[in-house]
Each structure stands twice: as structure tokens, then as C-alpha cells.
Design a protein around this ligand. Structure first.
Ligand code: AMP
Length: 600
């Protein structure tokens, strides 16, 4: 059943059709296995934040497993894959041959009865065992488990089992689409979507959300509260560059806080136990034993979830160091030596949960008050520097101070009665105002790789440029913005093939909207920071197409690669809407300065 659904999903790209197909599948799925079905569609075994092992089956092992299951040599499997385009299809074809043979040699009746039906549970549980096989001898165990599964599979099932093992299922179903489907299947219609979304934002686990709504109903989801130990999807900020308009957008008055350039941390505390989640909800506790200690001493609550920015500090001067310094902690095995070399301090800016009370639904001033009451500052723990600003002059002055103190800019935050913590959402309750907006150059943007082009000349035989896209959150698709070929070091270029390899596909990924045909398509996964000279309109690109002009999208002139943003997922990339706003602001700036540019 699952394989048939996957086959129909593969052939379509329209979101409404996808939702219909998913709804039909979810309704037919027994409630006790719905979480597993959702994970499989999401192409995972569990949410990343659980920190459990990934599948980890090498391509060679998959080939071996197919060979064992079909009685062929590895060579034949590889050749078939080359001819048919991928290992999934190779497995399908070879298994089909085996089944035909079995049919011919056994009577039909015993053929039918001898084949055990492959259930979702059997497939999922086997993949769990494959993932859990670690250390010496694990390669053989993984091969044995996978080939066992394939031996029981129908040809079509084999196609998808192999693709799942490779991490190349690529159904093109984004989390937004899955949530739409869950709302219709179990919430009674699309009006239930906000409830599903809130639950997802509080649990960061769509499988779990699906399980709760399928077994206990939508009312149970409404009552969900944060739980210490389960990460909450972070609230995100819009961007703007005009102090007066920023204040208007938050309602005339707001908190203005330092925007620290560090690593976002969501810190969970229960008694003496502390867990730190990154912006992408990875468990990064082991990188910050010093922060664990600061929090144990400084957060005076039995149970709390607080949020802040971890900033690297120069031990000699006490000044902030750039965010890159924190990367040493990711690479080093000996964290303790880095702790001494590059100490950090946490600047807290929010409180989401305190001793049984859900603070995400309370306005910011109430959250801040509770945060201030529960924190006892120490050498590594502080509250973010902030003021309450009522006019743009105050805001600008504070902004200048923040910059000269080494901050990236400021965050302006609404403090009215509806200024709740909008988990997982980008909105105008928080607005970032960064230094770069003041310059003529546009600010950097974070774009997603969706394709690559082979290079010429010195770059012959390698990739020479990437096709970059912004995220359109309304449509849950990626729209192209520019082709970037400069700014890469030789080392960057040498690493590109390996970096891209796992994500290269032979046709345009379903969630990519592009008028350009790159040499290879790349599934949206990798995010890079890009800067350029200015924003322009281009008929070649699809970003925010139709917003400025019907036939042109927003593009970047002279784009340059700055660095990879491993800390951002594709959905965290700059959105098409943000680029549209930046474009409008640029036009305004040009209009204010006649002679320095041409307004169109
Ligand atoms: P950006 O990464 O440019 O989208 O900016 C948003 C990030 O700024 C957040 O995810 C935080 O990591 C960081 N940040 C620094 N200071 C603050 C603050 N006072 N309030 C909220 N976020 C902050």
C-alpha cells in the first residue's frame, strides 16, 4: 500500500494533489503505526533531536544486499542501476525477475501462500535494527537485515526500500504538506491546521503529533504544553531596516535588545539535569559543559525552558568574538581545552516554560519578568541587554551602542498583549535590524542550493557554479534567485562534489520552482550565505515572481559565496517574501537619493 502511494506521489508536484493522496493514506493507516508511516514519508526513523543513530548503510552495502537477495553478483546490480538510473529501480527489476522464476517453478497457490506480506512495522523495525547496528561487524549485520527485507519484498516495495536505505526516497513532501494532510485526515478539515502546527512547534516531532491526533483526537492536541527535554521549534524574526517603520510594525513601542552573534541555545533544566538544543534542535549539550554549569547555578527553578544566545568571549579583553569561534567546539574532541581557550557567556532573552506553566502563550513582558526573577546572574549567565523604546531616535541610539559593543545589530520585539512566543514561526513580533542594512550593499542572504553547473577553464571537470533559491513559505517551495560562481576558494570548489553528491537527483526536485535547467539538480538541503551588489529583476528567476512584475523574479547582481550555513535548514533560508521586502526597500533608498541609481 505504501509503495503504491509513493509511486503516485512521485508522479505529481501539485501540493493539493499531494495532500489528497496523503489524506487517503493516513485514513487507511491503523493508528498504532501512524507515527512510523509519517517518519518514513519524512524519510527518517525519528526526529533528529533524539540524537539516535542514522541508518548508515553505505552504497556498497546496499548493492551487496540487493545481490544477496536476488542471487546476482554486485557487478550485475551496479550495471543494472546504471542502465535504469538508480539502485531502487535496479532492485525492483532484479527482484521482479526472481519472482517470475519462482512463479514458474512453484505452483501458483504455494507461491501466493509462501510469500509473507511485508508490513510497515516489519520494514520500520528492520530499519531501526539496521540503524542500531554499530561498531565491529555492523556492516555485515546491516547487509543481512536489508537483504532479508528485500527477499520478502514485492518488486515495487524493493524500489522504495532501497531508496529509503540510500536516503533518496525524495517524495517531495514537505512538513507543511504533511501538516495539511493531518489536519484534513484527523482534524476534520483545513481549519484544524493551526492546531496541528502548534503541536508540531511544541514537539518538533510530526510522527508523535500524528500518533496523538490519530489515537486521541484533536482536543488532546489543543491541550499540549511544553515538556522539559523535548525541544520547542524556535520563534523567528522578520527583518527591516527603517527604525521608524520597525517601531510602527511592533505597535509604537517595543523592547530593543542586542542581537548577539553567537549560537542560539534553548536550554532545558529539570533539577540538576540540563540539556541544550541548537537552533536546529540538535542536542549540543556536550559542546558546552561550562554552560551546563552556569545554568545549574544560575537558573533558580526546578523546571524551566529558557532561550538565549551563547557568545564566545575573548578571555583577555572580555569582548565578544565572532560566531565562528564557537565552531571549534564542534570539531574538537577535547572540549575541555577549548572551554578554557574560548570561554562563552549566555545572554538569555526568553522564558518558555517554568515549573508546570506554559509561558509561550503569555505576552513578552510577562515572560521577561519571570525570566528576570528566576535568573541569578553569574560569570557566564546574563540577560540580554535591552531597553524599552518609544521612538526611533532612542532605537537608533541603542543600535549604535550595540554595534560599537560588538553586537550584530538589534532585535526589536513587540510587547503588546498579543506578543506571545510564536514557536516555529517567522513574524513581525520580532524584527531584526542589522548593521549591513545601513550600507549601500544589500545584506547577506541565506539561500539553498537546488542545482549545480559544471565549470569551464580552470574549473573544468568540477562544479563551477551553484543555482541558489529562496524559500517561499506560503507555497512550501524553493524559488531560484541566482547562479553563484564567485567567492569560492579552491578548497571550497574541491569539496563541492562530495558535499553535493548525496543530494544530486536526475530530475527537478518537486519543491523546486525553476525556469533554469542546471547540469545537475540538487535536493534542497544545503544553505549558503550569499552577498551581492544589489537586487534586480530577472526573467530567468522565480523568486517572488508576480509580486513586482508578472514575468520576472527577484535576483541578485554579482552574487558571491561567503560561507556554508550548516546551522540552517532549508526552511530557515531567507524567504521569497523577505527578498521582496528588501527589494522594495532598495527602491525606496534609490528614490531618496536621486542621481545615485535608477529607479524602475
Ligand atoms: P538570523 O540568524 O540572522 O536570522 O537572526 C536570528 C538569530 O539571532 C536568532 O536565531 C538568535 O540566534 C540570534 N539572536 C541574537 N540575539 C538575539 C536576541 N536578543 N533575541 C533573539 N534572537 C537573538
Amino acid at each position: 500500500m505504501l509503495a503504491d502511494t509513493f509511486e503516485s506521489l512521485e508522479s505529481i508536484t501539485a501540493r493539493t494533489q499531494m495532500v489528497n493522496i496523503l489524506v487517503a493514506l493516513l485514513k487507511k493507516t491503523p493508528a498504532e503505526i501512524i507515527d512510523r508511516v509519517v517518519y518514513i514519508i519524512e524519510e527518517r526513523l525519528w526526529p533528529d533531536w533524539k540524537g539516535l543513530p542514522e541508518l548508515g548503510v553505505a552504497e556498497k552495502s546496499i548493492i551487496r544486499a540487493i545481490a544477496v537477495a536476488t542471487g546476482q553478483s554486485d557487478d550485475v546490480v551496479e550495471r543494472t542501476a546504471k542502465t535504469l538510473g538508480d539502485l531502487g529501480k535496479a532492485a525492483e527489476s532484479l527482484i521482479s525477475t526472481v519472482r517470475e522464476k519462482q512463479k514458474r517453478t512453484t505452483s501458483l497457490l504455494s507461491f501466493v501462500t509462501s510469500r509473507r506480506e511485508l508490513t510497515v512495522s516489519r520494514v520500520y523495525d528492520t530499519f531501526v535494527r539496521i540503524a542500531m547496528a554499530q561498531g565491529e561487524g555492523s556492516k555485515d549485520i546491516k547487509i543481512r537485515l536489508l537483504s532479508g527485507l528485500l527477499a520478502e519484498a514485492s518488486p515495487k516495495e524493493a524500489r522504495y526500500i532501497v531508496r529509503f536505505a540510500e536516503g533518496k526516497l525524495r517524495l517531495g513532501v514537505g512538513e507543511a504538506t504533511l501538516m495539511d494532510a493531518l489536519a484534513v485526515a484527523f482534524g476534520g478539515g483545513s481549519f484544524a491546521r493551526p492546531i496541528i502546527e502548534r503541536a508540531y512547534n511544541l514537539r518538533a516531532d510530526l510522527g508523535e503529533v500524528a500518533r496523538v491526533v490519530a489515537t486521541k483526537g484533536i482536543e488532546e492536541l489543543k491541550a499540549l504544553k511544553p515538556v522539559v527535554g523535548i525541544p520547542i521549534r524556535p520563534m523567528l524574526a522578520e527583518r527591516h531596516n527603517n527604525p521608524k517603520e520597525i517601531l510602527e510594525k511592533v505597535g509604537g513601542v517595543g523592547f530593543v535588545e542586542y542581537k548577539y552573534d553567537g549560537e542560539r541555545a534553548q536550554i532545558h533544566k529539570k533539577g540538576d539535569e540540563v540539556v541544550i538544543f541548537s537552533r536546529r534542535l540538535e542536542n549540543i549539550t556536550h559542546q558546552y559543559p561550562d554552560v551546563v554549569d552556569y545554568v545549574k547555578r544560575g537558573v533558580k527553578a526546578e523546571e524551566a525552558i529558557v532561550e538565549g544566545e551563547i557568545v564566545a568571549i575573548d578571555p583577555d579583553t572580555g569582548e565578544f568574538k565572532p560566531f565562528q569561534e564557537l565552531m571549534h567546539r564542534k570539531r574538537k574532541h577535547d572540549v575541555m581545552s577549548v572551554v578554557k581557550e574560548i570561554p562563552v557567556r549566555v545572554y538569555l532573552f526568553d522564558l518558555l516554560y517554568l515549573n508546570g506553566v506554559d509561558y509561550t502563550v503569555k505576552p513578552l513582558p510577562e515572560r521577561r519578568k519571570a525570566l528576570e526573577e528566576v535568573i541569578e546572574k553569574n560569570e557566564g549567565l546574563d540577560i540580554a541587554e535591552y531597553i524599552t523604546a518609544k521612538n526611533p531616535v532612542e532605537l537608533e541610539k541603542f543600535f549604535m551602542g550595540a554595534i560599537s559593543d560588538g553586537a550584530e545589530g538589534v532585535m526589536v520585539k513587540a510587547i503588546h498583549k498579543d506578543s506571545i512566543y510564536q514557536a516555529g514561526t517567522r513574524g513581525w513580533l520580532w524584527i531584526k535590524f542589522k548593521r549591513d542594512y545601513r550600507s549601500e550593499m544589500i545584506d547577506t542572504v541565506d539561500l539553498v542550493v537546488v542545482g549545480a553547473f559544471y565549470g569551464r577553464g580552470r574549473r573544468g571537470g568540477k562544479f563551477g557554479a551553484l543555482l541558489m533559491a529562496a524559500y517561499n513559505e506560503e507555497k512550501d517551495v524553493f524559488e531560484t534567485v541566482c547562479k553563484v560562481g564567485s567567492g569560492f576558494t579552491d578548497e571550497d570548489l574541491n569539496q563541492l562534489p562530495d558535499l553535493l553528491k548525496p543530494y544530486i537527483v536526475d530530475k527537478k526536485p518537486a519543491r523546486v520552482v525553476s525556469n533554469i535547467q542546471p547540469d545537475v539538480w540538487v535536493v534542497p538541503k544545503l544553505v549558503a550565505e550569499i552577498i551581492g551588489a544589489e537586487l534586480t529583476l530577472s526573467p530567468l528567476h522565480t523568486c517572488a515572481v508576480g509580486k513586482v512584475r508578472g514575468d520576472a523574479g527577484i535576483s541578485i547582481r554579482f552574487p558571491r559565496f561567503i560561507r556554508w550555513r550548516d546551522d540552517k535548514s532549508p526552511e530557515d533560508a531567507t524567504t521569497s517574501n523577505e527578498l521582496f521586502e528588501m527589494y522594495k526597500n532598495q527602491l525606496k533608498k534609490i528614490a531618496e537619493k536621486p542621481g545615485e541609481g535608477e529607479a524602475t
